[in-house]
Design a protein around this ligand. Structure first.
Ligand SMILES: Nc1ncnc2c1ncn2[C@@H]1O[C@H](COP(=O)(O)OP(=O)(O)OP(=O)(O)O)[C@@H](O)[C@H]1O
Length: 464
């Protein structure tokens, strides 16, 4: 289910604009033009976030009064205020009355999306955890039965019940985060959050705010990731990317099990289990003075190493089946059979991007394979780089007027979609409805065909 956003503004144009931008990003949007409708909609169903204009002409209540009414009903519901140019005082007063943040009109789309993303973070985490708990009930997500993976699984099981810190090493895309989530799911902390700190994606200037949260005048403005992970697991993804001064503060948190919010003075206690990951050799990072040795010993109580996919090719058939089944199901199709030649090609390839690359290749193949060919996947349906077709020439591959068949098919699809989208003046929802696809599936297809406008970093932020 998509996250649901309520947009409250007296100007129809603004409502539609904002709702359009958010719908294209995959959010579900409702709109209200006055205070009475807005509050009735909230009572009907609690949205994930409310975007609220301070001016509501023709309404019984103005924006700030609506804000008070919302906070009286649903204190934890995030509200973002739209303020007109020059209304900074009002906006600041809104924040002191419980609004999460404000957006000054005219605003940039990127800022709108950033604020909405931030406001929905907690809910996303909660949902993701619920989803993962369901998924992990069968313990089938950490696919693979090579000796290496069996050993990793056994270690995870052994340490899940302890509170020991675990450091998972392995190349990018090898499944370090999947392993960390499995550890969490098997631990007594499974009912609480699994929170990822993506050390590479948080800018160094924002690192402390993100991790420790912010407060002003003793009031919490925004909880940090540490607080969200209370009772659960904090996953430090790629620890070596953490700035040195943050490493020092993390070390202090690990020692004291408490921290101070940015702008605050009180110690806030937390109970988190820290699991970290690294694709680099931390001993080298230490000798080059980029990583603190004392922190390394704190984090590395139980080391777990996940080999590259090329070093455990036995896992490729199970992983391929797993991904083909999953992506076929998403398209409403039965899992295809993979011919022996295609499987041999998958097993022979080197997978520099590891399991993530395999997953992306399978997803791409499922999306781009015409339904009539879907029952049996042969090498001709796999990307040329996998079957050793010699890169762009696609030598040895079937072709249409000199263009490799696969590329010709993609060109055709691109042109077809371009025409349909133009026909509906760029409205993705209408286009998807017309061609009988889910909007999210069409978005994904556009992205894969290089026609998407979605920003980088969505869907687990993975490269192709
Ligand atoms: N053993 C596995 N079973 C099922 N899916 C896997 C497995 N290993 C990896 N994946 C999939 O591959 C993708 C990458 O995995 P993951 O994010 O855990 O890798 P990582 O090692 O943490 O990578 P990075 O360091 O680049 O973040 C994920 O989408 C995950 O679902």
């Amino acid at each position: 289910m998509a996250l649901d956003i309520l947009v409250v503004d007296d100007e129809l144009d603004i409502r539609e604009l904002v709702a359009g931008v958010l719908s294209d990003e995959g959010y579900e949007c409702r709109t209200a033009g006055d205070s009475t409708t807005a509050l009735a909609m909230i009572d009907q169903r609690r949205p994930s976030v409310v975007l609220l204009d301070v001016w509501l002409h023709g309404s019984p209540m103005d924006g700030l009064e609506v804000l008070d009414a919302i906070k009286a009903r649903e204190p934890s519901l995030p509200v973002i205020i739209f303020s007109g140019h020059g209304n900074i005082d009002t906006a600041v007063s809104a924040v002191s009355r419980g609004a999460m943040d404000f957006l000054e009109k005219p605003f940039e789309t990127s800022r709108l999306l950033l604020l909405v993303e931030r406001a929905t973070e907690t809910e996303r985490l909660r949902r993701e955890n619920a989803r993962l708990r369901e998924g992990f009930a069968a313990h089938d997500e950490f696919t693979g039965n090579s000796n290496a993976i069996n050993q990793v699984r056994a270690t995870l099981k052994r340490v899940a019940n302890t509170g020991s810190r675990v450091l998972i090493s392995g190349p990018g895309g090898s499944g370090k985060e999947v392993a960390a989530r499995l550890l969490h799911a098997w631990s007594p902390r499974a009912d609480n959050a699994f929170v990822t700190v993506n050390s590479a994606r948080i800018t160094p200037e924002r690192f402390e705010q993100e991790l420790f949260g912010e407060e002003a005048d003793g009031k919490l403005l925004r909880p940090g990731l540490l607080e969200m992970a209370n009772g659960g697991t904090l996953y430090l993804d790629e620890v070596a990317d953490m700035p040195l001064n943050t490493q020092a503060r993390i070390l202090r948190v690990l020692t004291d099990q408490s921290f101070v919010r940015v702008g605050g003075s009180r110690q806030v206690g937390v109970d988190v289990r820290v699991v970290s990951s690294t694709a680099r050799d931390l001993e080298v990072e230490i000798s080059e003075k980029r990583f603190r040795e004392d922190l390394f010993y704190r984090l590395n109580v139980v080391p777990i190493a996940i080999p590259s996919l090329a070093d455990r090719r036995d896992d490729i058939p199970a992983l391929s089946d797993h991904f083909f089944t999953r992506y076929a199901r998403e398209q409403g199709l039965a899992a295809p059979t993979i011919t022996a030649e295609a499987m041999a090609a998958l097993q022979a390839y080197d997978w520099p991007g590891n399991v993530r690359q395999l997953r992306n290749v399978v997803e791409r193949t499922v999306i781009l394979t015409p339904r009539e060919s879907f029952g049996s996947i042969g090498p001709d349906l796999l990307p040329p780089e996998i079957v050793g077709g010699g890169g762009d020439t696609g030598a040895g591959m079937p072709s249409l007027m000199g263009v490799p068949l696969r590329e010709a098919r993609e060109n055709f699809e691109r042109e077809y979609l371009r025409i349909q989208i133009r026909r509906f003046s760029g409205n993705i929802s209408k286009t998807a409805g017309f061609i009988g696809m889910e909007r999210s599936a069409l978005h994904r297809k556009l992205k894969i065909l290089g026609m998407g406008e979605r920003k980088e970093g969505d869907e687990e932020g993975e490269e192709g």
